[in-house]
Design a binder for this molecule. Structure first.
Ligand code: GLN
Ligand code: ZN
Length: 758
């Protein structure tokens, strides 16, 4: 018999119940007791959703983040959060977000833990902190209580924890402590934990070590051996779980650690499955993650069965089946969707549907395919319908992208010659000022967009409302004295959604929320088919804005790589192929803007870096196609048209050569938070074009001072010739209030004037 299990279930709730409960608790609208009650109800629902599985995860629920849960379980709470109150949940929220409740007195507010991306997902975790006086001490009461809670409900509980090696690797040393020096004392706590779990009757524990899919240095590989040699004596059985990629050099290590079972991602590491089977000692369980936990497409059940059947014959009871990774990264339940096209809906599977697929596969193996004939037939129909659907395939688009040739992404001339023409055309002063695109999204704008969408506001009235806002933005920018203006993006709810809604090949769910961090969720658009643009998407708004001013108006677009990386992408062709289609759609828009006399155009690639593969050895292959797609979208313009791009991160140094290849005339980047540290890269790399290193942090409500901004720009001018520098905030201003934006930009312009005078 094959055993089924799940690595983790989304905890946010299918109507984002947890999000709303948390936010109510933080604003003192509900009590802690009520919050705990909602959480327990959600857990119960989620275990119900998983009731057909042989083993269900426990400990995957979290009030904020599973890594932070681990820090509390291990007693590794930052010193600044200890003893703030007797209430551990409130202390936990303080580490997560700086404060527990809205009306909290300042003395219990602390600096929130740093947040960073969980591997190559869009989920963000709170980085564990280490120092020389880090002590671990088991605080397992919450996990133990959840296990009892699950057992009382008849759930066959499989606790889920992050393994000690990954936990250390994810954290950050706050002094010069070598993290690996902490390993021994850390592992002791896991030993205690496993004893406690055994006391509750737990048989299997899932221990996640996803760093096994990254490039590990010998000391980290040795850490695995040391750790698992100690844990080998545990009274529970350990299922070591890796996911998100291939094991490669770590394959033999992962197979030979003294644990009772190994889970691998048979979607992303399908080509390794046979080697793993051959390498894994014959007394161990092999769990194959055969349902994609990172996308929303139905599994091709008959193809999977065909592939699995000989594996099952080989492994028998040793074979377990699961999704490839925790289902945290997909929305909860497709049945909530009422507005999706019925064909498209029939091709999709969210968490609940993915578990149903898992059950069908297990049943087919355990009881014979005849026991699931109907289900398989239905699946085959859906898979075939999708394969051949005219919604998916557009011959014209496919033909067009085959016409890619080497020069399509090239400008006509080099930057030096373009810069001369552009400087004559725009006649900008030294240290020209601009912004990144959006201006504050007031309640009125949001309301107008909502009313238009729901039909309450006519198209004409909506257009007038947006134009009024654009007019206001232009007027403010003229009064402030900015050099290159923007229209302010009032019509955009989101920089990807706005374009996706106007492109063929995109669709949107109503409830397809995925947790990004804490109570924050995103609803990624779905790219289901060939992408093309039917009509201009921004030309009207931009030309209207240009008609109001003599200053140059900067067109504002989202680039193809960001459109891709922030969507659920079709899996029937390589991501690079989808990106190429996107790049043509954006190219059309760029050329239409140019035709409409918009001569400065910014193409945002906020998420370019996020697409980097987990292994550095694969970076270049990604960068090759990603940069080429950007170039195709941007570089078809005349020499006199100035192309800007924008990126919202400061980790730049390791991809600077690729960034330079984009050949944007101007690049604006986030730098202020890192005190222009980023600019160090320019000591070694001679960046050839113009650059606007963000001079202030738009994520903070603080008003930046003139002096601070002058100082930052002076640092920049030490590395980059002044004539190639721009002055701008580090990102769009949509999350700020007008009463913050106006004084901040006033100071920014004063700073630029001072710099010019010098
Ligand atoms: N143009 C966008 C804006 O200003 C850019 C947003 C971003 O970089 N995340 O909002
Ligand atoms: Zn940005």
């Amino acid at each position: 018999m094959v055993t089924t299990h799940n690595l983790g279930f989304p905890r946010i709730g299918k109507q984002r119940e947890l999000k709303f409960a948390l936010e109510k608790y933080w604003s003192n609208a509900i009590s802690q007791e009520e919050l705990l009650h909602i959480a327990a109800t959600l857990r119960q629902q989620h275990w119900n959703n998983q009731s057909q599985l042989d083993l269900a995860p426990v400990g995957d629920f979290s009030f904020y983040d599973q890594v932070l849960d681990m820090s509390f379980l291990l007693g590794n709470v930052p010193k600044r959060a200890e003893n703030l109150s007797d209430n551990t949940l409130d202390n936990y929220f303080r580490v997560a977000r700086g404060r527990a409740a809205a009306n909290e007195s300042d003395c219990t507010c602390i600096q929130a833990g740093e947040m960073t991306k969980w591997f190559d997902t869009n989920y963000h975790y709170i980085v564990p902190e280490f120092s020389h006086d880090t002590h671990f001490a088991l605080q397992a009461q919450h996990l133990l209580a959840q296990i009892t809670e699950a057992q009382t409900q008849g759930v066959k509980a499989k606790p889920v924890v992050i393994g000690p090696v990954t936990y250390l690797w994810l954290g950050k040393s706050k002094d010069d402590t070598n993290k690996l020096d902490l390993l021994e004392s850390l592992v002791k706590v896991y030993v205690q934990l496993f004893d406690e779990l055994a006391n509750l009757g737990v048989e299997w524990v899932q221990i996640d070590e996803p760093i096994l899919v990254t490039e590990l240095t010998p000391d980290w590989q040795a850490a695995f051996k040391q750790t698992y040699a100690t844990l080998a004596h545990s009274p529970v059985k350990l299922l070591l779980a890796s996911y998100f990629g291939t094991l490669q050099d770590n394959l033999s290590l992962a197979c030979n650690l003294p644990v009772d079972g190994l889970h691998i991602d048979a979607i992303n590491a399908k080509e390794e499955v046979q080697t793993v089977i051959n390498t894994l000692p014959k007394d161990k369980i092999l769990s194959l993650g055969i349902i994609n936990g990172r996308n929303i497409w139905k599994t091709d059940l008959s193809a999977t069965l065909l592939w699995l059947t000989p594996i099952f014959q080989q492994l028998g009871d040793r074979l377990w089946l699961a999704p490839s990774c925790s289902l945290l990264h997909v929305p909860v339940d497709l049945n909530s969707e009422q507005a999706l096209d019925t064909d498209i809906k029939s091709w999709l599977a969210f968490a609940v549907q993915k578990l149903a697929e898992l059950n069908i596969l297990a049943q087919a193996l355990n009881q014979g395919q005849a026991s699931v004939t109907k289900e398989i037939a239905k699946n085959i129909d859906a898979i075939n319908a999708r394969k051949h659907s005219p919604l998916v395939h557009n011959a014209e688009v496919k033909a067009r992208v085959t016409q890619v040739h080497d020069t399509l992404g090239n400008r006509n001339t080099d930057y030096e010659s373009r810069a001369k023409l552009q400087s004559k055309k725009f006649n900008l002063p030294l240290y020209p000022t601009t912004t990144i695109g959006s201006f504050p999204q007031t309640l009125e704008i949001r309301q107008a967009r909502r009313d238009y969408k729901s039909g309450k506001l006519s198209e004409e009235k909506y257009t007038r409302a947006m134009q009024a806002e654009i007019q206001h933005c232009v007027q403010v920018q003229e009064e402030l004295g900015l050099d290159v203006l923007v229209h302010g993006e009032p019509e955009r709810n989101d920089m990807v959604e706005y374009f996706g809604q106007q492109l063929n090949g995109y669709t949107f769910s109503q409830f397809g929320w995925v947790q990004s961090y804490g109570s924050r969720c995103v609803k990624p658009p779905i790219i289901f088919g060939d992408v093309s643009r039917s009509n201009p998407m921004t030309v009207n708004w931009t030309t209207y804005a240009q008609s109001l001013t003599d200053k140059p108006m900067k067109g504002m677009l989202t680039g193809p790589v960001t459109m891709l990386n922030w969507s659920f992408v079709r899996d029937d062709q390589p991501r690079s192929a989808t990106c190429l289609q996107l790049s043509f759609a954006i190219r059309d828009e760029v050329l239409d803007l140019e035709k409409a006399n918009i001569n400065i155009i910014q193409i945002d690639e906020a998420a370019l870096r996020e697409g980097l593969p987990l292994r550095k050895s694969q970076w270049q292959a990604y960068l090759d196609w990603a940069i080429e797609c950007y170039r195709i979208s941007a570089n078809g313009v005349n020499d006199e048209t100035q192309i800007h791009t924008h990126m919202c991160y400061s980790e730049f140094n390791d991809i600077i050569a690729a960034i330079a290849q984009m050949d944007a005339d101007v690049i604006t980047i986030e730098t202020s938070r890192s005190d222009m540290e980023l600019l160090d890269v320019f000591d070694e790399f001679d960046y050839p074009n113009e650059i606007g290193p963000g001079v202030y942090d738009i994520h903070s409500p603080n008003i930046p001072t003139v002096d601070a901004m002058v100082e930052l720009m002076q640092k920049a001018a030490q590395r980059i010739p002044a004539k190639r520098l721009w002055v701008n905030p580090d990102c769009g201003l949509k999350t700020r209030h007008w009463n913050e934006v106006q004084p901040a930009l006033t100071n920014m312009i004063l700073a630029s004037k001072q710099l010019r005078a010098q």
